[in-house]
Design a protein around this ligand. Structure first.
Ligand code: NAD
Length: 488
């Protein structure tokens, strides 16, 4: 089966093939085709043609909405197959993969409903003979580049609004987890997306991602991934003055005041950081806890962290899976080593599991680290793994200061029973999402994205659609008369 989709045809590409590995046991799930530079050119040319000359431009907004609704229906039909594939590809549990498919379906429905709701606005010019309209138009050809942690979910946050707004696109999923992105493109084809509107090329960053995002035929790059890659994409966009929207990493504070119900504090501290083995951009990896609660909270979290059931995401009862790859686990190990060298205390974890049943996979134990300083690497950098660090505060001001002491600004939470304090802390935190007495939830209607080095732009919500729209002002003089500006 060919895995690249260019101009309405499934094709094998000129870049050879690559193996997609199951992180649970390092077995090969599937071998997939890889694109070469010529495939990238062909995909951009197809998207360009479909945007500039294809029938797509005359597909009106209600029809685009109907198309998105058909994709949503197909996602419901294929939910089990897609969820199963996502688990094989990423290692996450089937429960999580099923939730991902439901969330993706909701995102398609949300943008289906939004597609024809905003025809722009009339502007008061003070001149009765003038009709002045501000309208929204698609940006053009979009390069959509996605990471490996939530492959289908992150892609849907881009594809659904980009289609709703009338763009064409070339998708480049992570080389580590491309399988559900291929499935989504198949569903778009089945739903009736015209040839050239949605294309997908597979391959790694240097070979495929860079030529795609630098391509002069691309009008906009929407990227989700790491900070270093995001910076490279923004730099490369300068040459052709492309629009860029980048969703990057996070180093997210989970601030817990001592008045929080103890069970709630323990439960959410664990959910915040250990969900999907910490491979979540919004993971609450920094537990910032009021001094009087810290010892008891850390002891209980560490005790329960040791009882988290690791295993095959396909097996019932398994709570978390492995790291996505051997290389990523090595990165996690590097963080723990550096914390140890700096004199930190590893309260639990800090190693690979001893269970022989997990030996082939890329597992790492849920880890809690205390005794870290604010300059520690493990505090400053995004680990993207099952590592919880603990910092303490005594005053509200100190909690806010710690929560903002990061170059990132993606998400964070505050736990307290004092709602005045909760609101003060929420407004003081420089993060794109703040949860009060909760962690991780999101909905399609609320914007998602980062401040500072967590990125620019927003996905989801109304802003998530506007990202894929140009704004045009159309001025019509209905009673033109000579102005007589030049007298000669
Ligand atoms: P990554 O930056 O290594 O790769 C992301 C994508 O970019 C992949 O498809 C990769 O092939 C491609 N790429 C790599 N080099 C490129 C280049 N020079 N030009 C163009 N494309 C290139 O990130 P990753 O390791 O796949 O994902 C993990 C990162 O994603 C974490 O930092 C995480 O925080 C971030 N993330 C952020 C959000 C968010 O909403 N802000 C969501 C999920 C993940």
């Amino acid at each position: 089966m060919s895995d690249l989709f260019i101009d309405g045809e499934w094709t094998s590409g000129s870049g050879g093939s690559a193996q997609v590995v199951n992180p649970f046991d390092a077995s090969v799930v599937r071998t997939v085709d890889q694109a070469g530079a010529d495939d990238v050119d062909r995909a951009v040319a197809a998207a360009r043609r479909a945007f500039d000359h294809g029938p797509w431009r005359s597909v009106e907004a209600p029809e685009r909405g109907a198309l998105l609704r058909r994709v949503a229906d197909l996602l419901v039909r294929d939910k089990e197959e897609i969820a199963h594939t996502e688990t094989l590809d990423t290692g996450k549990t089937l429960v999580e993969s099923r939730i991902d498919v439901d969330d993706v379906t909701a995102v398609f429905r949300f943008y289906a409903d939004l597609a024809d709701k905003d025809a722009g606005r009339l502007v008061e010019t003070g001149q009765p003979a003038v009709v002045s309209r501000v309208v929204h138009e698609p940006v053009g050809v979009c390069a959509l580049v996605t990471p490996w942690n939530y492959p289908l979910l992150q892609l849907s946050w881009k594809v659904a609004p980009a289609l709703a707004a009338g763009n064409t696109m070339v998708i480049k999923p992570s080389e580590v987890t491309p399988l559900t992105s291929i499935l989504l493109v198949r569903l778009c084809e089945e739903a009736g997306v015209p040839a050239g509107v949605v294309n997908i090329v597979l391959g790694d960053g240097p070979t495929v991602g860079a030529p795609l995002t630098e391509h002069p035929g691309v009008d906009m790059v929407s990227f989700t991934g790491g900070l270093a890659t995001g910076k490279a994409i923004i730099r490369a966009s300068a040459e052709t003055v492309k629009r860029t929207a980048v969703e990057l990493g996070g180093k997210n504070p989970n601030i817990v005041f001592a008045d929080t119900d103890f069970e709630l504090a323990v439960d959410y501290a664990m959910l915040a950081v250990f969900l999907h083995s910490g491979q979540v951009c919004s993971a609450g990896a920094r537990l910032i806890v009021e001094d009087s609660l810290a010892d008891a909270l850390v002891a209980e979290v560490a005790s329960r962290a040791q009882r988290i059931r690791l295993g095959n995401g396909l097996d019932a009862g398994v709570e978390v899976g492995p790291m996505v790859s051997e290389a990523h686990r090595a990165k996690i190990e590097g963080f723990v080593d550096s914390a140890k060298k700096e004199g930190a205390t590893i309260v639990c974890g800090g190693a690979r599991p001893a269970d022989p049943a997990l030996a082939k996979g890329f597992f790492y134990l849920p880890t809690v680290i205390t005794g870290v300083t604010r300059s520690s690497r493990v505090i400053r950098e995004e680990t993207f793994g099952p590592i919880l660090t603990v910092e303490r505060f005594t005053t509200e001001a100190e909690a806010i200061e710690l929560g903002n002491d990061t170059e990132y600004g993606l998400a964070g939470a505050v736990f307290t029973q004092d709602m005045g304090r909760a609101q003060r802390v929420a407004s003081a935190l420089r993060h794109g999402t703040v949860w009060i007495n909760d962690y991780h939830p999101y909905v399609p209607g609320a914007e998602w994205g980062g401040m500072k080095r967590s990125g620019n732009g927003r996905e989801l919500g109304y802003t998530g659609l506007h990202e894929y729209q140009e704004t045009k002002h159309v001025w019509q003089n209905t009673a033109p008369a000579p102005q007589g500006w030049f007298k000669g």
